[in-house]
Design a protein around this ligand. Structure first.
Ligand SMILES: Nc1ncnc2c1ncn2[C@@H]1O[C@H](COP(=O)(O)OP(=O)(O)OP(=O)(O)O)[C@@H](O)[C@H]1O
Ligand SMILES: Cc1ncc(C[n+]2csc(CCOP(=O)(O)O)c2C)c(N)n1
Ligand SMILES: [Mg+2]
Ligand SMILES: [Mg+2]
Ligand SMILES: [Mg+2]
Length: 334
């Protein structure tokens, strides 16, 4: 199948979207934006062998996940996703049918999150699949939630349990025969759920709120907030919500839930900070929508960084977590 036939196969047969003025098929897409809103733009890539392997994600999961991780960044700004472009570079081991299945996952996510896929690029990779999505979202002017908005006295919260995706990956790589026993761990890894509900809730309160999505691990994302805000973030180990499946798998695998919760990554939950005065109303508003925000720490004045309180003792937490060049050796090779 040649390049043009492949693009046609992957992109035809969709319902027209009234927001899209010029769709796939021209030099660029043209779309309608909402007057008075600001655009939110994010771009995240996934690479075979780095973000997934053929035995950890099915083609449908790869398509779903590349959109989910991009939508998650829009959620972390308090925005709503609208449009997406995808650059796709398969090697010759990927069949047209597998790429079609990848697009099935992509379109499933697009329908779930209100995203119109308006274009992309298709090139050949010399080895392994590489793909990158650019997502365009919108937020009410002046309402975007940044990493730099945390202040001493704030409550630090998370939108749900952490460490599930990393434990799910460990399970899929080391004990695939046990995967059926841990459906939540596997789902967290293969089908992350971007927290648009939480991002929108935080933005709708009209209050100062720092927000970040957890892609590299809670420790790393809390560090990002601490550095951008010029504050110290204090986390309490015993306040981090431990999912029962994570606890059960850790008992079986003789692993530490805390390590996965702090450093595992790919959670795509949100971590935020709001003033202690605002926190009860935010938590109540979330509960009314069926969302359990969990207070896991506080912001204090001090050098930018993160500290962890465990068994009554406080210690500095390194900016550990997933880091492409540290893990893959560029940093070490210097
Ligand atoms: N090659 C690049 N050129 C320009 N800007 C970049 C580049 N790579 C990343 N950025 C920008 O750097 C900032 C941080 O990017 P980063 O990828 O760390 O955040 P993230 O997407 O939230 O995290 P993750 O990729 O782990 O999900 C973003 O503003 C991003 O757009
Ligand atoms: C096969 C395989 N090995 C390792 C991992 C773990 N992993 C890869 S990238 C990343 C952080 C998020 O990516 P980014 O920072 O690029 O957004 C994590 C935790 C995986 N998913 N699959
Ligand atoms: Mg990124
Ligand atoms: Mg992010
Ligand atoms: Mg990252």
């Amino acid at each position: 199948m040649d390049e043009f036939a492949l693009i046609r196969m992957l992109t035809t047969g969709r319902q027209p979207d009234p927001r899209v003025v010029v769709d796939v098929g021209d030099d660029a897409a043209v779309v309608t934006v909402t007057p008075g809103k600001q655009m939110v733009l994010a771009c995240d890539a996934m690479v075979e062998g780095v973000h997934f392997r053929r035995d950890t994600l099915a083609p449908e999961d790869v398509g779903y996940k590349i959109l989910a991780v991009n939508v998650s960044d829009v959620a972390a700004m308090g925005g709503e996703p609208r449009f997406a472009l995808i650059a796709l570079a398969p090697d010759c081991a990927w069949t047209p049918d597998e790429l079609r299945r990848l697009y099935d996952g992509l379109y499933e996510g697009a329908a779930a999150w209100g995203v119109a896929l308006v274009g992309g690029d298709t090139v050949r990779s010399p080895g392994g699949l590489w793909l990158s999505v650019t997502v365009v979202g919108e937020v009410e002017a002046g309402r975007a939630l940044t990493r730099g908005a945390a202040r001493p006295g704030d409550v630090v919260f998370v939108s749900g349990p952490l460490g599930l995706s990393a434990a799910g990956l460990d399970l899929l790589l080391r004990h695939p025969e046990r995967a059926d026993r841990y459906p939540r761990l596997v789902a967290a890894h293969r089908r992350p759920r971007p927290r648009l509900d939480v991002g929108r809730l935080c933005a709708s309160q009209g209050v100062r709120c720092a927000l970040n999505d957890v892609s590299d691990g809670l420790a790393s994302e809390a560090w990002e907030i601490a550095e951008a805000s010029g504050v110290t973030v204090r986390l309490y180990a015993d306040r981090l919500p431990v999912h029962p499946e994570l606890a059960a798998y850790c008992r079986e695998a003789d692993a530490s839930p805390l390590d996965w919760m702090l450093f595992g990554g790919e959670d795509y939950e949100l971590v935020g900070a709001v003033s202690a005065g605002v926190w009860p109303a935010l938590a109540r508003a979330a509960r009314a929508e069926g969302v359990a925000l969990v207070a896991v720490g506080e912001v204090v004045a001090g050098p930018p960084g993160v500290v962890l309180v465990e068994d009554g003792r406080e210690r500095p937490l390194p900016k550990g977590g997933y880091n492409h060049f540290v893990d893959e050796g560029i940093e070490r090779a210097r």
